[in-house]
Structures are given as C-alpha cells and as structure tokens.
Write a protein that binds this ligand. Structure first.
Ligand SMILES: [Zn+2]
Ligand SMILES: [Zn+2]
Length: 363
C-alpha cells in the first residue's frame, strides 16, 4: 500500500529533521510497501521540484504549504505550493490541448456531415460552452496529474511503442474505468440517498436532453468529471506502468470515444477511425459490446438506461440497457427539419441550448 499523509507541526514536536521556515514545519510521510516499481520509485518524489521558496514569499503566505517530504526515511525539502501550482499548470495545458482536439474534431465531423459522409440523430447545434468544457476538463486532469507528480515523479518513463501492449493496456483501462464509471453513475441516478450528489454533481450534464453536439461531453459540473473521470484516471496512473504510451493513449482513447459518444453522429462509419489510432483495433476487439452515440442519447433522453461509459456489458447485466430506436439522417433531411417551427419547439426542453443555432441553416 502506498500511504501518503501530511503532518503539520509547529517546529517543537518530533519527526521533522530540518526547518523549512523558522517556525513552521509540514512533514509528509509516504510509506511505500507496494512491490510495483513505479510506486517504489517515489523515493525521488519531488526532488526535481526544487527547494522551498521561502526566500521569495512571505512565511505567512506559505505557512500552510511549506512541506518537508519524508519517504522511506529519505527526506526532501520542497513546497506543496509548488506541486499544486505545477498540477494546475499541467492540467491547464492538457485541458487546452484537449479543447483544441475537440474543436478540430467538431470541425472535421461537421465538414464530413455537410459532405454527406456522416449522418446524425438530431440537427447540429453550434453551441460550444467553451469555458464550462475547459473547467470540466481541468477537473478531470487535476487528480491524475497530481498523482503523477507526487507518487510517480521518480518514474523513469519508457517511450518504446508496442501496439499490442497499447491495445492490451487500453482494454484493461476500459474495463477498470467502465466498472468505476457505471457504479458511480448508476448510484447517482438510482439511490435516493445520493439525490443531493446527483443534483449538485451530475444534473447539469443532463441539461442536454435531445440535442447534443460533442461539446456536451464537457457540459458538466466540476465535481462530475473530477469524480467519474479524474478518480479513475488517477487509479490508472498508479497502475499503468512506466511506459508513456500505455499510460497516456488510453486517456486519449477515452476522450475521443466519449466525445463521439456525445456527438449525435451515427458512429458506424469508417471516418471515425481517423480521429484516434486505437479506434479501429479496439472496436474490432470489442465489437457490438461498445456503447454507441445512440445508446448514450437514450441515457440523456430517459435517464434510466445505459449508464455505462464504453461497454454495454454492465447495463445488460443489470437490465438497464435500452437500444435506441432513433434513425440517423443526412444533412439535407435535417436542413428541412429545422426550418419547421414545431420541430424546433420539440427541442425546447434542452436547457443547456436555449437560443440554439443550427449549423444546417448556414449551408
Ligand atoms: Zn447520467
Ligand atoms: Zn452524457
């Protein structure tokens, strides 16, 4: 077990071995009993972060953050503030990159849709909710990055690419994340005792009822993605091993798959294999057990079905799987459809998209 605890002392009680400031100590102890190499390597934890910046910032400001790390008896002075700052900066960079990736996928799929290569289950809403999606992505990245910076900062990462190993790790990751996601998601929807969690964590994501463009993936409260994505990503960070690709590619697959899951496009198209190199092999391996955008649309419309993230297996086991009866149509169909007022009014209960602008009207 890897045990991490932060102990605050006033400089007079035991444990600390050297002052970071004159009168304040924070001692962090990590006890590493795990046999896994990446966990044992935390001996080097935070050594790269530099020493405490007490000379440049006031003691009062830094008091809560001054840290002294003790790992298996090896002590490294550093500052928790620096770790938190690094976590924030790296999360912001990752979230910005993911946002750019989302926008490129939005533009590429829209272009394919306009050219008749893709079909949709609903007209395409152009609303983006950029800032909400950015903070939602931040909430997903913070915990795994903090985990990587603390528990794994000494890990020597390998960049050797082995496609079979990547696929095997992605399948393992999918199984772990799917189980965690399903039961968290199921509990928030079904357990009355958790209705406040549903209300303040997950309800916002269900503002999208009938209409989804792919940005609906990040239309969620901060706590939603922190819990249902950040926690599983942090667990995967601990167990993925030291190979960079085996660690990161499953995350990219998850972002791509859930993005397409919210896109409203019919996913049975070879064009989607262009957006992530893992799509083709994983879809060939998983086959019809993969949840589709139509399946997730059923979850947003009825809320009682299809709680899974990647796979239909747990929904089928718990008898909460419902197949979509929606038919996908091309851009010409939806262009005519959105010009009828009654049709547009039928989408009015889509709370997140009041004042909808349809892309079809622009062509
Ligand atoms: Zn839900
Ligand atoms: Zn959703």
């Amino acid at each position: 077990m890897c045990r991490l605890s932060w102990v605050i002392s006033d400089g007079e009680s035991g444990n600390q071995t050297g002052p970071i400031s004159e009168d304040v100590y924070v001692v962090a102890t990590i006890d590493c009993g795990l046999p896994w190499p990446q966990i044992r390597r935390v001996k080097h934890l935070l050594g790269v972060l530099g020493s405490c910046p007490q000379s440049t910032m006031s003691h009062q400001l830094l008091e809560p953050f001054l840290v002294h790390i003790r790992i298996d008896g090896f002590e490294v002075p550093t500052a928790l503030l620096v770790i938190l700052l690094q976590t924030f900066i790296y999360s912001a960079i990752c979230s910005s990159v993911a946002l750019v990736y989302f926008e490129l996928m939005y533009l590429a799929t829209r272009s394919l849709y306009f050219r008749g290569f893709l079909k949709r289950y609903a007209p395409l809403d152009s609303t983006r909710h950029i800032s909400i999606v950015f903070w939602s992505l931040m909430s997903a990245f913070l915990l795994p990055i903090f985990t990587a910076l603390t528990c794994q900062s000494g890990t020597q990462r390998s960049f050797a690419f082995n496609p079979i190993s990547c696929c095997a790790h992605t399948l393992l990751y999918m199984a772990i994340h799917d189980v965690l996601f399903f039961y968290m998601h199921f509990a928030m929807h079904k357990f009355h005792s958790l209705h406040l969690v549903y209300k303040y964590v997950h309800a916002m994501h269900h503002d999208a009822v009938h209409l989804m463009n792919a940005y609906a993936i990040g239309y969620a409260d901060f706590g939603d993605d922190f819990l249902t994505i950040g926690v599983p990503w942090a667990i995967w960070t601990l167990i993925a091993g030291s190979n960079w690709w085996n660690w990161m590619l499953p995350f990219s697959f998850m972002l791509s798959a859930t993005y397409i899951g919210h896109s409203g496009y019919r996913s049975a198209s070879p064009w989607f294999t262009l957006f992530n190199p893992l799509f083709l092999p994983i879809m060939l391996l998983v086959g019809k057990q993969a949840l589709s955008p139509a399946d997730h649309q059923v979850h947003h419309t009825y809320r009682r079905y299809n709680f899974g993230l990647f796979l239909r297996l747990l929904d089928k086991w718990h008898k909460t799987y419902r197949k979509s009866d929606k038919i996908a149509y091309d851009v010409h169909y939806w262009k005519e459809w959105v010009q009828v007022k009654e049709n547009r009014d039928s989408l009015a209960n889509n709370k997140c998209d009041e004042g909808i602008k349809f892309e079809e009207l622009a062509i």
